[in-house]
Design a protein around this ligand. Structure first.
Ligand SMILES: Cc1cc2nc3c(=O)[nH]c(=O)nc-3n(C[C@H](O)[C@H](O)[C@H](O)COP(=O)(O)OP(=O)(O)OC[C@H]3O[C@@H](n4cnc5c(N)ncnc54)[C@H](O)[C@@H]3O)c2cc1C
Length: 384
């Protein structure tokens, strides 16, 4: 069986699952700011959240492009993978850099759904994108670390049993700014109320994101992933996977908008003919299709490099940029095609429009990608 056939089967199965969670389900979650638990449970039970976990640890042992297919189809169906997609890339940090004891203790339980590894704690209020300036500090005291500091925009912290936390274990130096950071696995169930406070942040989309405060939180030293001080390198792989997976979600969003815009443009009659007969309506939809198709090739390329273990930082960034811009153009086109009805909740366009806008800011903003391409790919002078 070829890879594309495998993916075709995955896509078909994910579409069938998503059909059980139609627009009305997502509208209700959005209206009530609710966590889509039934959907996440169904995905977990079907094994779709553990596709990247090796078979030896109870997962399907598939590659990144299979996970991309899962997320793309969720988004194409009108749903949203953000409630649970982090498990796919945070798990990778544990898989690639964790000890055998950590992996055999956690991965099978993550694969079965017994525990959730959904939270990834990097961003801080004061440092923003400038990750080497994070201030959350973990001080080693005997057999544990004592963590103090804060994080912002940490999604799913209320719905996760564990968090992959990036913190400083040594002060920043100008010579080697990315040294001295470490990755800790925080057991959220034990930490809450014992040094960890989780504060939800309400946003323009239904996204369970939070602010975290650490006040002398004790984390066992056994929960350190890899070596102390090398954490920044460990999360970079995970960030490449995250960018590629989220780019796949953008492709799914883009296809959702194009499907909806095309269907509406064929159906809606004004001035005695379908609006889609007007080239002023057709062309933006066609342009959106061209852009989403081109971006999907970039996503495939980045995923292939990641799977081959090749450097893929630039490609992951470019995939994320092209896909998020394509989905945003498709969103705008779809809304415009629907005229006033695009603003009505029942059409799902306005919700998806809000949801897909996020991806030009998170997990990395467009400017920071352009800066990477300018300086790392084109060799232009660095501005910071
Ligand atoms: C809903 C949501 C969920 C999130 N989930 C998580 C999560 O689970 N875990 C996590 O760790 N983080 C998470 N984030 C954080 C997200 O990754 C950051 O918001 C994003 O990386 C941008 O960082 P910032 O908000 O600090 O912006 P800043 O770094 O403050 O930047 C603000 C703006 O200035 C621009 N800018 C900054 N510096 C430059 C420069 N030198 N040149 C040009 N432009 C510049 C940026 O592009 C951006 O547009 C989430 C954010 C949101 C909104």
């Amino acid at each position: 069986m070829t890879t594309s056939e495998t993916h075709a089967e995955i896509r078909e199965a994910v579409r069938r699952l998503c059909a059980r969670f139609p627009g009305e389900y997502w509208r209700e979650q959005d209206r009530n700011r609710a966590y889509p638990k039934a959907f996440v449970d169904a995905l977990t039970e079907a094994g779709w959240l553990s596709v990247l976990i090796p078979e030896a640890y109870g997962g399907a042992g598939l590659d990144l492009s299979a996970a991309c297919a899962v997320l793309e189809e969720i988004h194409r169906s009108g749903g949203n993978g953000a409630a649970c997609h982090a498990q796919m890339y945070t798990m990778g940090t544990l898989l690639r850099h964790g000890s055998e004891a950590q992996k055999s203790a956690l991965l099978p339980k993550i694969a079965s759904g017994e525990i959730r590894l959904q939270a990834f704690g990097v961003t801080e209020p004061a440092s923003g994108t400038d990750t080497t300036r994070i201030r959350t500090f973990a001080k080693r005291e005997g057999d544990h670390y004592v963590v103090n500091g804060s994080k912002i925009w940490i999604s799913r912290a209320e719905h996760s049993d564990y968090m992959v936390l990036l913190c400083r274990t040594a002060p920043r130096t100008e010579e080697r700014p990315s040294d001295g950071m470490s990755v800790l696995l925080v057991d959220m169930r034990e930490a809450r109320g014992k040094g960890l406070t989780v504060q939800p942040v309400r946003t323009m989309l239904n996204h369970a994101t939070t602010e975290l405060f650490f006040d002398n939180l004790e984390v066992p030293a056994a929960n350190l992933i890899g070596e102390e001080g090398r954490g920044f390198r460990y999360i970079l792989d995970g960030m490449n996977a995250e960018r590629i997976l989220i780019a796949a979600e953008c492709i799914g969003d883009g296809r959702f908008f194009i499907d909806r815009a095309s269907a509406y443009a064929k159906d809606r009659e004004v001035f005695g003919r379908p609006i889609g007969e007007n080239q002023g309506v057709q062309f933006p939809i066609a342009r959106a299709h061209v852009q989403v198709t081109a971006a999907s090739l970039m996503v495939e390329r980045a995923a292939a490099l990641f799977e081959a273990g090749e450097p893929c930082g630039s490609e992951a960034n470019m995939a994320k940029l092209t896909a998020s811009e394509a989905s945003w153009f498709a969103a705008d086109t779809c809304l415009q095609t629907h005229g006033g009805f695009g603003f009505a909740e029942d059409f799902d366009i306005e919700r998806k429009f809000r949801e897909t806008r996020l991806y030009q800011v998170a997990p990395i903003s467009t400017n920071l990608i352009l800066s990477h391409v300018a300086t790392h790919v084109l060799g232009l002078p660095k501005s910071f």
